[in-house]
Structure formats: C-alpha cells, structure tokens
Design a protein around this ligand. Sequence first.
Ligand code: A2P
Length: 327
Amino acid sequence: MRIGILGATGAVGRQMMECLEEQKIISDDLILLASPRSEGKVLPFAGKELMVHAVNEAWLEGLDYVLGAVDADTSRKWAPAIRNSGAVYIDNSSAFRLEEDIPLVVPEINGADALNHHGIIANPNCSTIITLMAIAPIHQISPIRKVIASTYQAVSGAGMHGIDELEQEVKDIAEGKAVKPSVFPAQIAYNCIPWIGSEKEAGYTSEELKMRNEGRKILHNPEMKVTCTCVRVPVFRSHSISVSVECEQPVSAEAAAEAISQFEGDVYLKDGYPMPLDTSGQDKVYVGRLRPDMVFDGGLSLFCCGDQIRKGAAANAVQILAYLLKH
Ligand code: A2P
C-alpha cells in the first residue's frame, strides 16, 4: 500500500505521520509532499528519515491513498491529479466538504458514509468534529433540533504560523516591543478575538457557518438549527466548545451522561472539567459540565474539549483511512 501526505511539513501533515504510526498503518512507501519551498527537507517516520518532495503528477503516480493537509485552494488544485492517479483522496481542507457526492465523515458518527465515495472523502472542520463527538450520543437518544455553540479555538488551528505568532507576541510583550499581528486580525497574546474566518451571511463568519452546514450533513439532520460564535483564544492546542442543545424529546442529563460515556472516542467527566491542557496530545474528546439547559426546555448544556490537530484533523483523517482499509 502506498500512501502520500500532501502538506506533510505543516502542523496537520506532521501529525498525520504520527497518527499513521500510532494506528499501525505503516505504508511501505510513504510519500511526503509539500510546496517547492520544502523540497529536500527530511522528516522522521517509523524509524526512518523520509525526504519531502515538491508535489507534482509524477509523485502522485501509483499512490493508493493521499491524505491532504493543505489549504482549500491548494487542495482544489491537486485533487484532479490525485483522482487521475487512481488514489483515494482524504482531504482535510474545506474545499469539498459540502459537495453532494463527497462524504463528510467522522468515523464514530457516520463512518459508513465513507464507503460511498467517488475518489474524495472530506474531513470536517476541527471545531465541528469536536462538537459533534460530544452531541452525537445525545442525537442518538432523540434527534437534535437546535444548537447554540461558542468556541474557544487554539492558535494552532491557524497552522504553524499561528503557533509562531502567539509565541512571538508573548516574547515581544515581555521585551517591551510593539506587537505586529499578521496571522490573526488582532493581538492574540493575553487576548481573545471573536472572529475566525471570513465574513459570510448575516454577520456570521465562514468558520461559524461550518458548524451548521457540516453538522447537518454529518448527522443527516438537514433541518437542525445552529447558531455559533467562534472565538480565538491564546491557547496553543485543543479547541473547547460550550454547547446547548434542544432535542425533539426532552433528554435527561443522566441519560445523556450514560450515552456519552458509552460513545467510542468520548470521555465523560462527571467530576472536574474538560480543559485544553488535559486533552492535548491524544485523540479522545472530553465532555463535561453536563447539565439541564435553562433556556431550552428539556434541553442540555455541556462543555467539550479536544485536540483539534489530532481528532479535529489528522487523527480523524487517519481513522477514515483505517475505516476504508477495514471495510
Ligand atoms: P510548505 O511547508 O512547503 O509551505 P500549515 O497549515 O501548518 O502552515 O501547513 C500547510 C501545509 O501546506 C505545508 O505542508 C505547506 O508546505 C503546504 N503547502 C502550502 N502551499 C502549498 C502549495 N502551493 N503546494 C503544495 N503544498 C503547499
């Protein structure tokens, strides 16, 4: 089996390599691809040193699967060549997520959708994956009608440059220097920024609408109403989300706690609370602060937290690959 990673040098691409090793999907010939800037770089994998290549058609030839960890434009540019090479493309970008004939998959929730692919499978948005992992078990008790979500998103969601910017700003502030934001629209050190993505309909951002549009597709729940506010916080890793839901029938906190505890990939915290420092570096989504909602009659409120580079991106993509291999 030959696997390629497009965007291998980025935060998600590097994590994909680790996840492949952890999930014991050892490709005989892992091909690392990135931009021409990275040609000749060397990255460790399974005890070997692998060379990174500038992506081109020749490097795609003969691949069985390609994991994509590049931005949407780069993904759109290379998807046709990947398809032509005969490989299945598991894409982490937003390029194809809402296209009708392209499955959008969180394996624990709608893994079977992955089997209906036509060469491309999309990996959902990071906050959407983590939120849905928390509320899918509730949706299985009674279909969710309404969701109100507020996210607390780590800087690594913006890639390596996001991590660098927070580190640099903290250093600059300590040294009394002026802060010059470039990745984020304002200073992120010692601050929160209630704006992620680009402006879309009715004052909502692209990131906020992903929660609604992708959430509906993954849960097969096209009428679900979702309102979401996305906030960037000065945390390096792991996104957190405060969520309130209303279902068709009232769901008790006890029944929801039981369902979340049983749900593969979730850890239910009866005591203590989900926090980014605890969820980073592993694949489980932590769910806690579960309680009856005070606005939605019979509804629930909770807080969830997960490593968005792992379960929110790389680990989920590698799990999709594992699901395809298994089925
Ligand atoms: P490179 O390191 O060569 O720029 P992140 O989101 O962490 O910044 O990572 C983005 C990933 O996408 C990197 O691996 C980056 O490679 C890759 N990438 C960016 N632009 C291109 C491009 N035009 N062609 C191929 N890969 C690209």
